[in-house]
Design a protein around this ligand. Structure first.
Ligand code: SAH
Length: 260
């Protein structure tokens, strides 16, 4: 028995073969940290044709997944008391890192994948949460489901070789990660910033913190300035610091990276 179970209802179970080739995620499967159980919607289809979809009432383009097969599959899944059911839909709440952390304390996630033009509205009441992986439309819920399995699994104890790598990474604290370098020291005339080879750990730490702020301000100021963040206890000092960076960014060293 694995410590975390993903139970996925899908019309395309083969799409999940990708999980067998995903590095640390595959290792988590091999180490029994997770289990991915697939429920092939076709097997629960109606009649001799195993029908899973039908035309929408009222007319309109495309086909819609019927409710009965999804309910049949769903009712078969053994639910743990620490379980949540997620419905993949571009109409859902946009997935955030904090959702993955929140779910990582459960021991089961049930995922329902839509297809074609979507699913019968009566599917919605099975879900605890409706999740979108971004403001765009894919052909099915399989890639969104794999994204959730991937993102959540790497948070589970034992998955990553060095759990420290989760601490400073992007989206963990409303900030994007600082720039990272590895060998060689100089590549195509681009040099690793001197500070990173200085051996001064305190200075490296504050350089990284600073770069993290700058990067977030440049690329995703919404993460720092969003309403939730403003309300958080550490926000006052951070917003004050970020305002200073805003000023500093005009025509100064942070714009030109003189040590490169
Ligand atoms: N006609 C629907 C979209 C159907 S896309 C609408 O306008 O809402 C088909 C299926 O792909 C969806 O039911 C959903 O399961 C999945 N899907 C597509 N884009 C998605 C996204 N951004 N996030 C999560 N699931 C998505």
């Amino acid at each position: 028995m694995s410590s975390f179970n993903f139970d996925v209802i899908t019309l395309f179970p083969k799409a999940f073969e990708l999980i067998n080739n995903l590095g640390v995620i595959t290792r988590a499967l091999d180490k029994n940290l997770i289990d991915v159980n697939l429920y092939d919607l076709r097997e629960y289809g109606e009649g001799s044709y195993r029908q899973v979809d039908d035309k929408p009432y009222g007319g309109g383009a495309g086909m819609v997944l019927k409710p009965e097969p999804i309910y049949k599959a769903y009712e078969l899944i053994r639910k743990s008391p620490k379980s949540k059911t997620l419905l993949m839909t571009p109409q859902g709440k946009v997935l955030k890192q904090k959702d993955l952390s929140r779910w990582s304390t459960l021991d089961q996630i049930i995922i329902i994948c839509g297809q074609y033009e979507g699913f019968d509205e009566r599917i919605r009441c099975l879900a605890d949460e409706e999740i979108s992986i971004g403001d765009y439309v894919l052909s099915g819920g399989e890639i969104p489901a794999i994204s959730i399995i991937n993102g959540l699994t790497r948070l589970l104890p034992g998955t990553l070789g060095d759990p420290e790598s989760l601490v400073n990474e992007s989206h963990n604290s409303s900030l994007l990660e600082y720039p990272q370098y590895t060998r060689p020291l100089t590549f195509k005339d681009m040099k690793v910033p001197d500070i990173l080879v200085s051996g001064n750990h305190e200075e490296i730490k504050s350089w990284r913190k600073r770069k993290s702020f700058e990067r977030t301000l440049e690329r995703r100021s919404d993460l720092i300035l969003n309403e939730n963040y403003k309300k958080s206890p550490q926000s006052k000092t951070k917003i004050k610091e970020s305002n200073q960076f805003m000023k500093l960014r005009v025509n100064n060293e942070f714009d030109v990276y003189p040590d490169w």
